[in-house]
Design a protein around this ligand. Structure first.
Ligand SMILES: C[S@@+](CC[C@H](N)C(=O)[O-])C[C@H]1O[C@@H](n2cnc3c(N)ncnc32)[C@H](O)[C@@H]1O
Length: 416
């Protein structure tokens, strides 16, 4: 402890969950940002609060890895905007690093064997559209003077931005070219028609004012704004800045991966948990036909209203507003009457947790398709499913968040 501000040289080891790489100095672990495995760098310690490890930024590259590139974003780099982790990394290498992180989490937290072909064969696939201008939904911070930007890594400081090159340009422009006096943050999203919704939030994250713009013209906004998204060959209604996959190609890629893993047949019952606007349940409903059943469960009332609208033409699909937790799920399974054949779940970052995983395994579903935006949560839940009699049969990774260390996975669990 007490190293904060110190500089020294290290040889950088493997990538770790969170976008940094692991190095060692005087017997201690150093988590280094802005570097790559194999590099020799001079680091400056940014945080030293734990006896076992400290955090540092690579401030000088002495021996560069072959995959290091010029950062396309002028705001990124040590001590600057904390929005991206890997602007300095060639996109193909970003995919390899993400795959390495998912494999490591499945071994360490999922307690799988590194030699298991599901683990060793895991790759992260690129989505179409390149590594920049993919973010169709974002939250920007606002400083005390009303200037928008993003926070420095592990800090409350707002770095003022004129642009954010990973955000779709009209969405970045709608927020970053003006001031937002008194706001705590601003949410923005751009839909498939090009309509940009901005929601000014107060300091407690509550929306104050929602505006919708189309090609520079202001449209009369509904109280929450409505957006239209296209995926799986159809349009979907979503709340203006409400949940939808951030990368414009992610919804199609995930629907295709889920459909492949679920392989639902006519007459089957499907549970879509944490359903948002009903994307996955709605995409699987045609395959179960009118003799089958799809139940989408979602806690947020606005998302449930959107799901109701999206599933209105599918009589086999229902939307249930409710909490997926141990009590809520037990009640829901009782109300469902019959055991589901297939469960799709897409929980928030923390994952489903042990109790929910156990209850789902208890249904005996022939396939459980788990969509995960955090490989650590996936690892923990895979381990809970394994204890309850389900094995990981396949995983696909998608680079739905280029330039960041985030990765989206779709996993198939089947009875062991
Ligand atoms: C990652 S999003 C997935 C949405 C949807 N599957 C999609 O891809 O569009 C997670 C969703 O779970 C909902 N949610 C979070 N916690 C929940 C809970 N405990 N019970 C039910 N829904 C929850 C959120 O409101 C959000 O819509």
């Amino acid at each position: 402890m007490g190293w904060t501000g110190d500089e020294f040289e290290v040889t950088v080891g493997p990538v770790a969950h969170g976008g940094h790489c692991v190095a060692r100095h005087e017997g201690r672990v150093v988590f280094v940002r802005h570097t790559l495995p194999g590099e020799r760098v001079r680091v400056r310690v940014t945080e030293d609060r734990h006896p076992g490890f400290c955090r540092a930024d690579a401030v000088e590259v002495l021996e560069a890895a072959p995959a290091r590139v010029e950062r396309p974003c002028p705001y990124s780099g040590p001590g600057r905007c904390g929005g991206c982790d890997w602007q300095h990394v060639d996109p193909a290498e970003q995919h390899r690093l993400k795959a390495a992180v998912v494999r490591e989490q499945l071994v360490r937290l999922g307690r799988l064997d590194a030699g298991d072909p599901v683990v060793s064969g895991l790759a992260v696939e690129a989505l179409p559209g390149g590594a920049l201008r993919w973010r169709s939904r974002a939250r920007f911070a606002v400083d005390g003077a009303g200037v928008p930007g993003l926070r420095r890594h592990r800090s409350h400081d707002v770095v003022a931005l004129d642009d954010c090159p990973i955000t779709v340009e009209p969405a970045a422009r709608a927020v970053l070219t003006r001031r937002w006096p008194g706001a705590g943050a601003v949410d923005v999203s751009i839909d498939s028609t090009g309509a940009v919704t901005t929601a000014r939030l107060d300091h407690r994250g509550r929306p104050q004012l929602v505006e919708v713009q189309h090609a520079g013209e202001e449209l009369p906004a509904e109280p929450t704004g409505r957006a239209e998204r296209r995926a799986g060959g159809r349009d979907w209604e979503v709340e203006g800045t409400g949940f939808w996959q951030v990368h414009p190609a992610a919804a199609d890629a995930l629907v295709s991966a889920i459909s492949g893993f679920a392989a639902v047949a006519e007459g089957e019952t499907v549970l879509d948990l944490y359903a948002g606007a009903g994307l996955f349940g709605g995409a699987l409903a045609p395959a179960v036909g009118e003799s089958g059943r799809v139940v989408c469960v979602e806690a947020d009332p606005g998302a449930c209203a959107a799901a109701d609208a999206n599933l209105g033409a599918l009589p086999q699909a229902e939307v249930w507003q409710g909490e997926v937790d141990a009590d809520g799920l037990a009640e829901l399974l009782e109300e469902l009457g019959a055991a589901p054949d297939v469960v799709v779940l897409d929980p928030p970052r923390a994952g489903a947790g042990k109790a929910v995983s156990r209850l789902l395994a208890g249904t005996g579903a022939r396939a459980i398709v788990y969509v995960a935006c955090d490989p650590a949560a996936l690892g923990r839940d895979v381990s809970a499913f394994a204890e309850a009699g389900y094995r990981l049969a396949a995983v696909r990774g998608f680079d739905a968040f280029p330039m960041t260390a985030h990765v989206e996975c779709v996993a198939l669990l089947v009875p062991a």
